[in-house]
Design a protein around this ligand. Structure first.
Ligand code: AR6
Length: 170
């Protein structure tokens, strides 16, 4: 787990190659972490997002970071929690597709928020388990590539769930 770090705080403050946005299918902004990222990046981010024509659930698209300390924003769309097995697959896809996109752009550090656990209602413990499993498996499969992953928890409860997940892999 040496390439996975947990931080608690605001993802918009992180100086990394890319931060991940928990967006919606329009990619035209919203509340939560999406709102915070657009607020901090400035209006040029929305202008670039308009050119992307949305994004399917589980997929990811990249833009520049504009006024953010992060160079890029990777926009992914988490599942709206319904309780079906498909939710788990789609949440995993968000992490895997974001990491693949970062690698394809030659990026070496990425920070994730807790995708789908706010407005989209995914239970936080289950989401934390899926997130860490997906990231750990990806790092193992791409061990020839240097990628630092920051798991950014906004609240103390998510940070605690993340520390519990890390111990499972220690
Ligand atoms: N930094 C890091 N994490 C944050 C921040 C921040 N500045 N702000 C909130 N979080 P949510 P979702 C955490 O609702 O569930 C939007 O309107 C938050 O505490 O942002 O995927 C989109 O446009 C939670 O743990 O995303 C979509 O319509 C996590 O980020 C919808 O919400 C995700 O909460 C997406 O819902």
């Amino acid at each position: 787990m040496e390439n996975i770090k947990i931080v608690q705080g605001d993802i918009t403050k992180l100086t990394v190659d890319a931060i991940v946005n928990a967006a919606n299918k329009t990619l035209l902004g919203g509340l939560g972490v999406d709102g915070a990222i657009h607020q901090a990046a400035g209006p040029e981010l929305l202008a670039e997002c308009r050119q992307l024509h949305g994004c399917e659930t589980g997929q990811a698209k990249i833009t520049k970071g504009y006024k953010l300390p992060a160079k890029f924003v990777i926009h992914t769309v988490g599942p709206i929690y319904s309780g079906s097995a498909e939710d788990n697959k789609l949440l995993k896809s968000c992490y895997v597709n974001s990491l693949n996109l970062a690698k394809s752009h030659g990026l070496h550090s990425i920070a994730f928020p807790a995708i789908s656990t706010g407005a989209y209602g995914f239970p936080a413990a289950a989401a934390a388990h899926i997130a860490f499993t997906a990231v750990q498996n990806w790092l193992t499969e791409h061990s020839d590539y240097q990628m630092k992953v920051i798991m950014c928890a906004f609240d103390a409860k998510t940070a605690e769930l993340y520390r519990t997940e890390v111990k499972k892999y220690a």
